[in-house]
Unconditional design. Structure first.
Length: 580
């Protein structure tokens, strides 16, 4: 008998078949088929042919020959609880999603208690009550009314990081909603939920200050009636701001007031990067002419610092004096140095590690101490501080606030952000980038971010990244077009946009204190299959009822109408009307 030809290479039989399937030489395929029929010829790469092998098995053996660790790789998928098919494993994966949801309903909370999983959401506080849910089914608009109030209370998850974008016209309830979210995160004991470990808060506020009679204060200062509130203000406007905050209108007699302090930075708190940003401030978005020399000086100081934190401002000033600036360069440079110096705390002489302000008579205090459950407001409303200066100083304050985040969770809020967070200046872009970085890493930084603004066009990147968008009443079609291009629920609103039951009409007709909430990951509804309740007999013969795995529905592409709750601290945002 003529000896059969062996494969030309040492590759397994599966490789020869694969070559044939891909247009290789057919003679190898034929040789291997004959070789397989010969039961007396065995090889380490050929499976016994005593019984026909299913095609799926042959394909699997071929694949495993090509990828030796394919079994281990399959185990990484098949043993993943997120894709498990059993009811028990499915519940484990679902509970993890519920644990990090920004919003959930009282109905979901009661179901968790029924299943013995109440510890999944340990910290929460009331946001409001859902009255309606809007969506689309089979291309048609759908409105679901919620008449059962006890299961439609909406709670904020205080335990997990999230980010919220709040927009709406003046007087629609933005600042009220912002204050309610701060109350939820900072108050302990909480009368709106369960908060065992309160967060630490920072609010950034700026208003064009034209006089003590027209200055607009930060509404979050009214939280001082129940939590410690410190307001950091520009040193050059301290007297006026202290008077305004000491006489907050509407506060009950004897109520605790916020503590107003001058905002000073210590030299050891500043970095060379902060100095570079402060010195590069320019209203028209261009780089000042003196920045080339400033950058060179800062680079030399960085090389000589050997990694030490802080900056010697007097040395920085003396090095700049040695440089020869033109008259056009020296004027703007001196203005920047004077502004920076006005916010710097000078080191005292002869006392290592101690600092004093430019006024030696002022008592020393650590204004950058952030106790758990406290709120710090940086209000830079001042005739000598413009929007660009405010953004640069806010960025420094935000960096200092985030340094000690390991001590407690953080919550950062921007009040009336449209007054300073514009997109046409380098300083505003730098502050926006810092906020975007925090939002992107919120799970790792244990930080919550809230942006309250009139205009949703303020920062589209922030709008895209925020977990929750709360829309109060407005009447601008341009604002609506922005929302429709960046919110899932608005995109699926369909052709009924401008009809009486369309999204824009719903926004226009919102009452003060009402809002539309867009949060695809919100857990507001339950969905159980038919026969979800099963009976079982115990050892004593008693029949008990149990529930099958909890099926929680995300809000997804729908959106809900919510009535925001009342304040538990003093409400200072009411409109001032003329006496009749």
């Amino acid at each position: 008998m003529k000896q059969k030809q062996k494969p030309q290479s040492g590759a397994p039989e599966g490789h020869q078949q694969e070559r044939s399937a891909n247009g290789g030489k057919k003679k190898h395929h034929k040789v291997n088929k004959k070789k397989a029929k010969n039961s007396n010829h065995h090889s380490s790469n050929i499976v016994s042919r005593a019984a026909p092998i299913p095609s799926t098995t042959r394909k699997m053996s071929t694949t495993m020959a090509v990828i030796p660790k394919v079994a281990e790789h399959l185990a990484l998928i098949e043993n993943d609880d997120r894709f498990a098919s059993s009811d028990e494993d499915e519940n484990v994966a679902r509970m993890e999603e519920i644990r990090t949801t920004p919003l959930f309903s009282s109905g979901v909370k009661m179901s968790l208690q029924h299943h013995g999983q109440d510890d999944i959401l340990p910290q929460y506080a009331l946001m409001g009550m859902r009255t309606e849910t809007y969506g689309r089914v089979d291309g048609e608009g759908m409105t679901e009314n919620h008449f059962r109030r006890s299961t439609n209370l909406v709670y904020a998850n205080v335990n997990a990081p999230w980010s919220t974008f709040i927009c709406g016209s003046q007087g629609s309830g933005k600042s009220h909603t912002l204050s309610c979210m701060l109350e939820n995160s900072l108050l302990q004991p909480s009368c709106t939920g369960n908060v065992s470990s309160p967060l630490t808060g920072l609010v950034l506020h700026y208003d064009k200050f034209t006089g003590i009679e027209t200055g607009q204060l930060c509404e979050a200062a009214y939280l001082s009636t129940k939590i410690p509130v410190r307001v950091l203000v520009s040193p050059s406007n301290y007297a006026h701001m202290a008077e305004l905050y000491a006489n907050l209108p509407g506060l009950p007699e004897g109520a605790q007031r916020p503590k107003v302090s001058r905002m000073y930075f210590r030299e050891d708190q500043l970095t060379l990067g902060m100095m570079k940003d402060l010195m590069a401030v320019s209203g028209n978005g261009t780089t000042p002419l003196y920045m080339e020399v400033v950058t060179k000086v800062l680079r030399e100081m960085a090389e000589q610092s050997q990694g030490r934190r802080g900056i010697d401002f007097q040395e920085f000033r003396s090095r700049l004096r040695e440089a020869r600036f033109t008259k056009d360069q020296n004027g703007p440079l001196e203005m920047r140095l004077q502004l920076l110096e006005s916010f710097l705390q000078k080191p005292s002489t002869g006392m290592l590690g101690k600092y004093r302000t430019t006024n030696p008579a002022l008592p020393e205090e650590n204004v950058w101490d952030f106790p758990k459950g406290s709120l710090t407001i940086i209000d830079l409303s001042c005739p000598f501080v413009d929007e660009n200066d405010a953004c640069s100083l806010f960025n420094i304050g935000l960096s200092i606030f985030m340094e000690r985040r390991s001590e407690s969770g953080r919550i950062v809020a921007l009040d009336e952000a449209h007054k300073f967070l514009t997109t046409n200046s380098r300083e505003a872009i730098n502050l926006t980038d810092s906020l975007l970085s925090i939002v992107r890493q919120q799970r790792h930084l244990a930080t919550r971010v809230i942006i309250a603004t009139q205009e949703p066009t303020l920062s589209l990147s922030l709008l895209d990244l925020c977990n929750v968008t709360i829309v109060h009443r407005f009447t601008s079609p341009a604002w609506y077009k922005t929302l429709r291009g960046h919110l899932a629920g608005a995109v699926f609103d369909g052709e009924s946009t401008y009809t009486s039951d369309g999204l824009f009409s719903r926004i226009v007709t919102l009452r003060t204190g009402e809002a539309l909430v867009f949060c695809p990951s919100a857990m507001l509804d339950l969905a159980r299959e038919k026969g979800d309740e099963v009976s079982s007999a115990g050892t004593d013969g008693a029949v008990t009822s149990t529930l099958r795995p909890l099926q929680v529905k995300e809000l997804g592409a729908k959106y809900a109408r919510i009535r925001i709750r009342k304040r538990v601290t003093t409400d200072g945002g009411r409109s001032i009307l003329a006496d009749v």
